[in-house]
Design a protein around this ligand. Sequence first.
Ligand code: ADP
Length: 245
Amino acid sequence: MRDGRLYLDGVSVVFDGFRALNNLSLIVEPGELRAIIGPNGAGKTTMMDIITGKTRPTAGTVSFGDRDLTRLDEATIANLGIGRKFQKPTVFDALTVFENLELALKAPRDPWSCLRWRLSGTARRCIEAVLEEIGLAERADHRAAILSHGQRQWLEIGMLLMQDPKLLLVDEPVAGMTDQETEHTAALLRRIAGSRSVVVVEHDLEFVRALGEKVTVLCEGSVLSEGSIDHVQNDPRVVDVYLGR
Ligand code: ADP
């Protein structure tokens, strides 16, 4: 199922009579990097919650490859290879960068137990490949506590990569980053996509431009516009409700 296509088909979510998602349909092709933008309250977080099984749709279906995710629980969906990175990084400050990645590979119930495990050669190679990928190879032995905000975000993306996801959902990765860190993050996500699909929710339009891929604009729980960043930025409906020019 490496070639999973994400398909939300007519998804609605109603909270106490309020329609957070309204007949939302969205397709993300295998290997695609997709940015999701939209005003506050548009339904972006709810959409991510629906994909990961945190929230159940009131109507509609969600599938990934040939699997129907609509009624599956969060753990089962995660085990199908769908990883999610929340805005706030959750790395272990007391551990080194390498140990954080090692922990993610083992994903043990007791986070400390894996430190006593001997790494197999394969595991070490896998960690080293991810260290290169996220640009932290030279900081492998640094404690996470001393990393910059951007480096912590990359480490957490690396921890997700250790699980070899087929689809990675990333929530506002560049909030609070310097321009240089933002550029690094765009390059990292571009590298990651291709061998896996990536869906990024983000407010920073310069970052979305740097991703250089298709953009979906959500508004009031459904798709308002879709296409290149230039296309959506010039779409009068998007200007009206989101960009406010
Ligand atoms: P976004 O991430 O685009 O800002 P959200 O998905 O967080 O939007 O929210 C969409 C709408 O649904 C908002 O109006 C929000 O207040 C509402 N909403 C989200 N979760 C709940 C909930 N658990 N109960 C009631 N309303 C909710």
